[in-house]
Design a protein around this ligand. Structure first.
Ligand SMILES: Cc1cc2nc3c(=O)[nH]c(=O)nc-3n(C[C@H](O)[C@H](O)[C@H](O)COP(=O)(O)OP(=O)(O)OC[C@H]3O[C@@H](n4cnc5c(N)ncnc54)[C@H](O)[C@@H]3O)c2cc1C
Length: 415
């Protein structure tokens, strides 16, 4: 096997494969070092095996990190249209689903990985598996990769080792060691797009419920984030896409010892007055012959009715028409603001991404090159950029991989 390359990329995931393809398309001789036995393992897990690879809505609002604007140059160079075209040329026919989520028409994430690998083979991008990198050193304008399979050298190095979520797919945080040795700072890394764990004992009683609603996250008493959609209640806490979307704020706050609670609103389309009116109608006008529990039947899932009544201190067998306006006011409060004190999040193994990573102050957003070490590039989730659920994390992997590959190749051209 060759030992000398223009560019060596660490990590054959979404961003590393993309960087390799775009570098090789510009004539660079590229090697990807992967410590797993296959490429793109995490891509296979995305979108429940169907790979939600981008989204028709793009913009700064869908990305987080210390400096969300860091994503803009990459999105401008390689946004939605470029991503769709790239994949269509590779053979992945895009299919748009509800909310503008894009999936491959095959419905299989494996087709995304296979088409990326076919393009790597066509362009002679080499991939060395089970690599075991001991260290990466830079001397005399060359990077040397000391591995179990010997030493490989290159002019440029791209770190595409991913975050810390789902480590069985290969992204175990080991890449961060090389990054810190090059003198780069990492921001706090926490699980994101993850379930929240709650304290309240009623959670066991409502486990299994799925209900549309709004979740709001409060940190030290201040509302920080909210999202709407299908909430999933579990014995340990709250899950579902809206919970995932706000989880990064809870994760970071808990890391810093702050108090976090969420409120769940099961009547998000109504004002407080409208919610009370609705309950008064159900209990007083139509509630003849029904008890309190039965007066809620048909509005909320059965288990939730019982918990809301208990939290509002209304006995479930109390005749509906005997419930007072004050009691129904208390019930409206619980239905629109059920508080859950958050004690933690599920860990990295349950998270879809990690928030935090290479401090973007130290990286040029138009090239992805390190501002500290020339010839060193980063792409994908290893950077302090995390996207919302909906195809944004893969979009970030494709567009940052594109920039890193193109920029590194242009440096090699001029040597
Ligand atoms: C269950 C799940 C579902 C998801 N669904 C979606 C979705 O539908 N849409 C979406 O946009 N995003 C989704 N994501 C997130 C998305 O998959 C990631 O953000 C994206 O894959 C990150 O790309 P990356 O190239 O930065 O890292 P990765 O794809 O994680 O690739 C990193 C690669 O580097 C390798 N590596 C790590 N350390 C080393 C080392 N020291 N030496 C050599 N190789 C190393 C790893 O083995 C891996 O192959 C999901 C994630 C999970 C876990």
């Amino acid at each position: 096997m060759d030992r000398q390359f223009d560019i060596i990329i660490v990590g054959a995931g979404a961003s590393g494969l993309t960087a390799g393809i775009f570098a090789a398309r510009r004539g660079a001789h590229v090697l990807i070092l992967e410590h797993m036995d296959r490429a793109g393992k995490k891509i296979l897990a995305t979108g429940n095996g169907k790979c939600n690879f981008t989204n028709e809505k793009q913009g700064i609002a869908y990305y987080h990190g210390k400096n969300p604007a860091f994503v803009l140059p990459a999105l401008r160079q390689f946004g939605l249209q470029e991503t769709l075209q790239f994949f269509e040329e590779l053979g992945v026919y895009p299919k748009k689903k509800r909310d503008g989520y894009y999936y491959p028409a095959s419905g299989q994430a494996v087709s995304v990985v296979e088409t990326l690998l076919m393009e790597c083979r066509r362009l002679d991008v080499r991939i060395a598996y089970n690599i075991g990198i001991r260290e990466i050193v830079k001397e005399n304008e060359q990077y040397s990769f000391h591995t179990k399979q010997g030493i490989f050298k290159s002019r440029c190095c791209i770190i595409a080792t991913g975050g810390k979520a789902a480590k069985k797919t290969g992204s175990d945080g080991s890449g961060n060691l090389y990054i810190e040795k090059f003198g780069h700072k990492l921001t706090d890394i926490v699980p994101s797009l993850v379930q929240l764990q709650g304290k309240q004992s009623f959670l066991k009683e409502i486990a299994g419920i799925r209900a549309d609603g709004k979740i709001q996250v409060y940190i030290d008493g201040e509302k920080i984030a909210e999202d709407m959609g299908e909430l999933q209640l579990t014995a340990f806490g709250v899950s579902g896409i809206p919970t995932f979307q706000v989880s990064r704020y809870a994760s970071l706050a808990l890391l810093h010892g702050k108090k976090v609670f969420t409120t769940l609103n099961f009547l998000p389309g109504l004002t407080r007055e409208e919610a009370q009116e609705l309950l008064e109608r159900r209990f007083c006008r139509y509630g003849g012959g029904k008890n309190a529990d039965q007066a809620l039947t048909g509005l909320f899932p059965d288990k939730l009715n019982k918990v809301l009544l208990k939290e509002a201190h209304i006995p479930p067998h109390k005749p509906a028409v005997h419930c007072t306006v004050q009691e129904l006011g208390g019930l409206a409060d619980k239905a629109q603001c059920l508080r859950i004190d958050i004690t933690g999040t599920k860990g990295f193994d349950n998270a879809q991404v990690s928030a935090g990573g290479v401090d973007t102050d130290e990286v040029n957003p138009t090239t992805m090159e390190s501002r500290l070490v020339p010839g060193l590039y980063f792409c994908g989730e290893v950077l302090d950029v995390d996207g919302m659920c909906g195809g944004y994390n893969l979009q970030w992997a494709w567009c940052s991989g594109h920039i890193a590959g193109v920029s590194a190749a242009s440096v090699c051209e001029t040597v």
